[in-house]
Design a protein around this ligand. Structure first.
Ligand SMILES: Cc1cc2nc3c(=O)[nH]c(=O)nc-3n(C[C@H](O)[C@H](O)[C@H](O)COP(=O)(O)OP(=O)(O)OC[C@H]3O[C@@H](n4cnc5c(N)ncnc54)[C@H](O)[C@@H]3O)c2cc1C
Length: 408
């Protein structure tokens, strides 16, 4: 069976190695000139040069078979260490034999029972055909920017957190900055720039406008409620009608799914990629799969598990029938509606991820006692880490000083 994998980031790498080990013929299409996806740092990339992980490496690793070996004792490591881990994995598994670099997939469609991939290789348009295609193209490339009323009045600079890098710190000296968002990027960027700045306002739309937000002792971090509009060259009016004055606005407002080569088959707007069975298999034809979509999760581990399930399905053809898959989607969506969960949280697995991991491990037939303990331990470490994280964006990252070790 010939299988194409689109993307050579962490998901593409683990998926390729598992498929290869199971005897499938694989080809990996990677539009850039190297492996690692977001972890391959470049000035244009989304990670910043002072990024340290927010998951301890003992749970971030692909699985117990692939630990971060021979690195620092710290549990939280720089992007360089993560990149080294992926590069070592790539070399150890000899995946170089299967990658087509500088090969951007432009179109994917099914014809005569096979998937056709049209791709661009250094300006040349080429075509190949496969029995199955696994999309591992990541979801941190297309920045999601908020619509800010009155932005034309603003005389400062507005940019997305994806563009942040430490070489920009000089710009923030003695300035006021608004960081929009309350996720991990907002927290990190606020913390990394606060000591250069006069003050960082963290605009957190979940804060009740009638309540006072968090204020750090040194007044460097002030949490404020949602932005209403920009009302002057540096003036921001908040929804409680209070005003703040800033020189920069950094939008740590996340990213959108983007799968432009598949427009005909799936929809991917408003945080939802549809129709997928279990966030993984194209429900109408599971020879097309998507690894790595759910969030927030333990990405490397989830991609490992999803790849194991894909292999099992490719070998045993044991997924439920299309009608059952569509029924699963209907039930899943009805439940979201019943619980008033917004579209943006369609693939959100903050609270359900461990249930999901166990279900996949069962389906992939790898849930023996040892692996079951591995998942249990991963869950304990994950939850402890979550508890230790700062309660407000921009607070000190003491949680990264904790060392996590496994018993198994
Ligand atoms: C700022 C930031 C911090 C993060 N911190 C952590 C952390 O601490 N711990 C953690 O576990 N995770 C973290 N993550 C999540 C991270 O995305 C995952 O760890 C992991 O990199 C996901 O891998 P992926 O292969 O699915 O996607 P990516 O790494 O995005 O790789 C996708 C690959 O597909 C390629 N591609 C895309 N489209 C095409 C196409 N049309 N044709 C060919 N190739 C294509 C891209 O070039 C890329 O190489 C962070 C993410 C960000 C943005």
């Amino acid at each position: 069976m010939n299988i194409a994998i689109i993307g050579c980031g962490a998901s593409g790498l683990i998926c390729a190695s598992i498929l290869k080990d199971n005897g499938f013929n694989i080809t990996i299409f990677e539009k850039s000139s190297y492996i690692g996806g977001v972890w391959c740092y470049s000035k244009e990339g989304v990670i910043y040069d002072n990024l340290v992980t927010n998951l301890p490496k003992t749970i971030m690793q692909f699985s117990n078979k692939y630990p971060f070996k021979g690195y620092s004792n710290d549990s939280f490591v720089s992007y360089k260490e993560v990149f080294n881990y992926l590069e070592t994995f790539y070399k150890d598994n000899e995946l170089n034999k299967f990658v087509k670099f500088n090969s951007e997939v432009k179109k994917l469609y099914k014809k005569d029972e096979r998937w056709t991939i049209e791709y661009d290789f250094c300006g040349n348009k080429l075509t190949n055909r496969y029995d199955s295609v696994i999309v591992c193209n990541g979801h941190y490339e297309k920045a999601s920017n908020p619509t800010i009323k009155g932005v034309n009045l603003f005389k400062g600079e507005v940019f997305h957190s994806a563009k942040y890098d430490s070489h920009l710190n000089y710009k923030f000296v003695n300035k006021n900055i608004a960081v929009i968002g309350k996720g991990p990027s907002a927290s990190d960027v606020a913390r990394l720039i606060k000591n250069f700045s006069n003050c960082v306002y963290v605009i957190d739309r979940s804060l009740n406008p009638n309540e006072e937000g968090y204020k750090s002792e040194d007044n460097k971090i002030i949490q404020v409620c949602n932005l209403d509009k920009i009302t002057g060259e540096n003036e921001l009016n908040l929804v409680n009608n209070k005003k703040i004055y800033v020189d920069y606005i950094i939008c740590a407002t996340g990213y959108e799914y983007d799968i432009p080569f598949l427009d005909e088959y799936i929809s991917y707007s408003d945080g939802m990629v549809k129709p997928l069975y279990q966030h993984l298999f194209y429900a109408r034809d599971p020879t097309l799969c998507f690894v790595g979509l759910p969030h927030p999760v333990i990405p490397f581990f989830m991609s490992f598990l999803q790849s194991k399930w894909i292999v099992s399905v490719l070998k045993n053809k044991n997924l439920p029938k299309e009608t059952e898959r569509m029924k699963w989607i209907k039930k899943y969506e009805d439940n979201l509606i019943k619980n008033k969960i917004s579209n943006k949280k369609y693939h959100n697995m903050q609270t359900t991820q461990f249930e999901y991991y166990r279900m996949i491990a069962r389906e992939a037939n790898i849930l023996d006692n040892e692996f079951s303990k591995y998942i249990d331990e991963t869950e304990i470490i994950y939850k402890k880490n979550l508890e230790e994280m700062p309660k407000y964006p921009g607070c000190d990252d003491n949680f990264r000083k904790i060392i996590y070790k496994r018993n198994i």
